[in-house]
Design a protein around this ligand. Structure first.
Ligand SMILES: [Mg+2]
Length: 121
């Protein structure tokens, strides 16, 4: 399973990547903002899951989610948003845009594991 991790913080990408690897996921792509993520998605047709930050330069996570969901082929792609934006209004906005699950930073590896299992059914 190929997972695309998008965050402008290289430290956060490393934390998420390390956690995913410990859960047995070795096939991981990284992008530092939505523009790079979109480019990787168009190059790799086999991305199964998108894990994205919200606040990023160039194209933020919410814009990325809307762009992804606007494409018919990505309608069912599981998307998890990992962000410091933990307010109720933000969560609702993200869910309306098409996010399947939501993680507020800081988070534990167990939370990422549970949310990933949740979106994978
Ligand atoms: Mg950020």
């Amino acid at each position: 399973m190929k997972i695309l991790v998008v965050d402008d913080s290289s430290t956060m990408r490393r934390i998420i990547k390390n956690t995913l690897q410990r859960l047995g996921h070795q096939d991981i792509l990284e992008a530092e903002h939505g523009v790079e993520a979109w480019s990787l998605l168009t190059q790799h047709a086999d991305v199964n899951v998108l894990i994205t930050d919200w606040n990023m330069p160039e194209m933020n996570g919410l814009e990325l989610v809307k762009k992804v969901r606007a494409e018919a082929k990505y309608v069912d792609m599981p998307i998890i948003m990992v962000t410091t934006e933990g307010g109720k209004a933000e969560v609702i906005t993200a869910l309306k845009a098409g996010v399947n699950n939501y993680i507020v930073k800081p988070f534990t590896p167990q939370v990422l594991k549970e949310k990933l299992e949740d979106v994978l059914g």
